[in-house]
Design a protein around this ligand. Structure first.
Ligand code: SF4
Ligand code: MG
Length: 337
């Protein structure tokens, strides 16, 4: 598979009155053509800042890119002019957000908003743009596209608005679609429909998708690979199977325990949540960022940052438990096969 995005040693900070918040700390990952890569973590883990960095959408200042590279088709996004970025945004990398109401223009019909991107990025006439916009409304399965074309966002339901956002994001055939919590504001049934739609679309148009979410449950059927972020670091990465069934990181175990799964249902029917709070990124710990919340923490965990241990064919886990001299700890979520 062709690599279309390469993030190398990315470091992103926020300048605040209290000091420098180290939001993203030396992370590296790749994105391949046609795949869905999920970035999972709690709020404050650095996942949204990472996603926005890929399009340079973080406000600069206060955000500063302190180090690393983001190579998109070999070109470093971090060394790209704002003018050039405006061409890339929307045409080569598209983005959808949690709340479509804040990113849709309430005073413009949905059809016009889909046509906007086309007109901005491609030299096509009005009639062709309209035809293409109607085609997009059909593609995202909005019923009665001709009528819907002339309606305003407030006339759409939440799920329909998210479909319209997807149509806008995909109209120029971007190579990458970044979806930041695209279903969080929707109820469960609609959530499933939107995820199904994204899966379908990906097969049809072969866009790579980066799916950002705090909910591992959302990615089980959508992503081929998963990156787990915590405290500005990537703590584990691997294929969806590796992460769901053979995770080697206690933080991932905690996330998995908070996903409803029939085979792991607790007697009281309650799901576990992870106790405690994430580390203060104004003064991040020099060792494992999860140490304060980890029931398996050892002396070395607080002293030294765990390296990325290779724990599976495509899996890496930044946890000292994977060191050959560490005590053996069972993954509590692993299913006996
Ligand atoms: Fe827990 Fe240590 Fe592993 Fe961090 S490195 S997750 S503290 S066992
Ligand atoms: Mg976020």
């Amino acid at each position: 598979m062709k690599k279309i995005l390469e993030v190398k040693n990315l470091e992103v900070v926020f300048d605040t009155y209290a000091g420098e918040v180290q939001a993203v700390r030396d992370i590296s990952f790749d994105l391949y053509e046609g795949e869905t890569l999920a970035i999972v973590g709690e709020s404050g883990s650095g996942k949204s800042v990472t996603a926005k960095s890929l399009m340079r959408l973080n406000p600069e200042p206060p955000v500063k890119y302190k180090g690393g590279q983001i190579l998109f088709n070999g070109k470093d996004i971090l060394n790209t002019s704002e003018k050039e970025m405006q061409k890339i945004r929307g045409s080569q990398i598209g983005m959808i957000f949690q709340d479509p109401m804040t990113s849709l223009n309430p005073t413009m019909t949905v059809g016009k908003q889909i046509m906007e991107g086309l007109k901005r990025h491609q030299k096509i006439d009005g009639a062709t743009a309209k035809e293409k916009a109607l085609e997009m409304l059909k593609l995202v399965q909005i019923p009665n596209p001709e009528q819907r074309f002339n309606e305003y966002p407030h006339q759409f339901s939440g799920g329909m608005r998210q479909r319209a956002m997807i149509a806008i994001a995909l109209v120029c055939n971007p190579q990458i679609l970044i979806a930041d919590e695209p279903t969080t504001a929707l109820d469960v049934t609609i959530q499933a429909q939107i995820l199904d739609l994204m899966r379908d679309l990906q097969k049809k148009i072969n866009t790579s998708i980066i799916l950002i979410t705090h909910d591992l449950g959302v990615v089980a059927h959508s992503a081929q690979r998963i990156i787990v972020m915590y405290g500005g670091k990537i703590v584990e990465s691997g294929t969806t199977d590796e992460i769901f069934y053979h995770s080697k990181h206690p933080y991932t175990w905690g996330l998995l325990k908070s996903v409803p799964r029939l085979d792991l249902r607790k007697e009281n029917g309650k799901l576990d949540s992870i106790e405690g709070t994430p580390p203060d990124l104004l003064a991040p710990p020099k060792g494992c960022p999860f140490a304060d919340r980890c029931e398996h923490a050892m002396e070395i965990c607080r002293k030294q940052m765990p390296p990325q241990f290779k724990t599976g064919e495509n899996q890496y886990s930044a946890c000292w438990l994977n060191h050959e001299l560490a005590p053996k700890v069972e993954n509590p979520t692993e299913i006996a096969k």
